[in-house]
Design a protein around this ligand. Structure first.
Ligand SMILES: Cc1cc2nc3c(=O)[nH]c(=O)nc-3n(C[C@H](O)[C@H](O)[C@H](O)COP(=O)(O)OP(=O)(O)OC[C@H]3O[C@@H](n4cnc5c(N)ncnc54)[C@H](O)[C@@H]3O)c2cc1C
Length: 417
């Protein structure tokens, strides 16, 4: 949708084929009865500049669509860091100096680490795991566990012993080192389908394009002077095609095209990490102390109070990112653990009226060191790949997906000149 909106803004009449009945992919709205949820609670950062630009391009209003919080990390009762209103990167350095839950030596080590990263321009001579980088930079186990591990899992959805240090540094560079607003955390007040893709569809149609939902592409057939897409409703020919399906779906579509063997192999080599979101509807008076709060060494890694974020009072979301012991539990057992953690940590004695566990087993690719991700440009000049898994600086995030989409749009535009 990012690629299509960008092309529409340059006067190109695009056609979008979406196999699902609803737009949004992994970041889509989901209904539970009459309660609007998302396929998983999402968080954006202020440095997601392309995503925020496109939301505004298609008619969104960042000020109204999000609850915007200055950088703050709270692990309930264990650790807390809040960035003061100072220019970047001073805001972070002061926040680290004042962090609660670290002793003086740990704070100094964290500050020295950030200064070392700045000196290195956030570039490593060779990639390694985040765990290796933390050890090399003298970040003690307690410091790593309270600060860097939660950050790494939130940003890369990959545990520190498997995560790429370079990709984490790319995110830290953009979020912490440019302007203070880049480190803000943005929590959407709208569901994800309404936030971007629905508006983008209306924008694309206003600009002469078409968005066809429940209309999946069954085959991509390269031709002499273009590309044919085969759908259940018929075949359609285009000068250029951007394949923006998830990696597994893209692999299936590209496999029959011999020239794309390299892209297919790279997609096939990707491994995946899960994200579980447990939504719990409590009576309306139940609330958390903050809109977003973490728990230390519990199943619930981050808890979100949808009452504070989107006026959905009593609705809480517990997010459990990356692989772990939670995968061995049934959904009911996992929800029961989250209920017990909410009771023990915040004294919430009530039982939820209902809960829903959304388990995305292939939420994102596993962002390991030196990962070979397929380029947006395939071996066929008029067939491009867009998606969070394609080559880029970012891990599997909204911004990674959007940057990949707009990069494809620019390639198409320059090829048409
Ligand atoms: C639970 C969860 C929580 C997350 N939290 C965050 C977060 O907090 N912050 C963040 O930045 N990122 C987060 N992410 C990651 C983010 O959602 C993804 O990186 C992003 O949505 C990927 O977008 P995409 O367009 O690359 O792929 P997708 O969203 O997978 O979109 C691919 C689309 O292609 C369609 N499709 C598939 N096959 C076909 C076909 N044959 N024909 C036509 N259409 C087809 C699919 O239906 C889908 O709509 C989260 C992901 C999950 C699952």
């Amino acid at each position: 949708m990012a690629a299509a909106a960008e092309l529409a803004s340059r006067g190109i009449a695009v056609t979008v084929f979406e196999s699902a009945k609803q737009l949004g992919g992994r970041a889509r709205g989901v209904l539970h009865g009459s309660t609007q949820l998302d396929n998983g609670q999402h968080l954006l950062l202020g440095c997601y500049r392309e995503t925020l630009r496109l939301i505004e391009l298609v008619g969104g209003n960042i000020g109204q669509d999000f609850l915007r919080l200055p950088l703050q990390l709270d692990l309930h009762g264990q650790f807390s860091l809040r960035a003061p209103r100072l220019p970047a990167p001073l805001h972070l350095l002061v926040a680290l100096f004042r962090a609660h839950g670290l002793n003086w030596a740990e704070r100094m080590k964290a500050v020295r680490f950030m200064l070392a990263l700045r000196r290195m321009n956030f570039r490593l001579p060779c990639d390694m795991t985040v765990a290796e980088l933390l050890a090399a930079q003298g970040q003690d186990a307690d410091l790593a566990c309270k600060l860097w591990e939660p950050l790494c899992i939130a940003a890369l959805n990959t545990p520190v012993h498997r995560a790429s240090a370079q990709v984490l540094l790319n995110v830290l560079r953009d979020a912490l080192n440019r302007s203070r607003a880049d480190s803000d955390m943005l929590l959407p007040r709208l569901d994800f389908t309404a936030l971007f893709p629905q508006r983008a569809a209306a924008y694309i149609e206003r600009h002469g394009g078409k968005v066809c939902v429940a209309c999946g592409v069954d085959a991509i057939v390269p031709q002499q002077d273009g590309i044919e897409l085969v759908t259940a409703q018929g075949s359609h020919s285009f000068s250029h095609v951007i394949c923006a399906a998830s990696p597994a779906a893209a692999e299936k579509l590209l496999r029959p095209i011999a020239a794309l063997a390299k892209s297919v192999e790279q997609i096939g080599n990707l491994e995946y990490q899960p994200i579980y979101t447990v939504y719990l509807q409590y009576p309306a008076h139940v609330a958390l102390p903050h809109a977003m709060i973490g728990l230390h060494r519990r199943f619930s890694q981050w808890l979100f109070d949808k009452g504070r974020i989107a006026r959905q009072h009593g609705l809480l979301a517990a997010v459990i990112s990356a692989e772990g012991m939670h995968q061995d539990l049934s959904r009911d057992d996992l929800a029961r653990r989250v209920v017990a953690e909410l009771r023990d940590s915040f004294g919430i004695a009530e039982q939820p009226e209902w809960f829903q566990v959304i388990a995305e087993k292939r939420a994102t690719f596993c962002c390991s060191p030196d990962l070979q991700r397929p380029s947006q440009q395939t071996a066929l000049p008029n067939l491009l790949l867009a998606g969070d898994y394609t080559a880029g600086d970012y891990p599997a995030t909204l911004e990674g997906a959007v940057m990949s989409g707009t990069a494809c749009a620019w390639r198409v535009l320059s090829a048409r000149k």
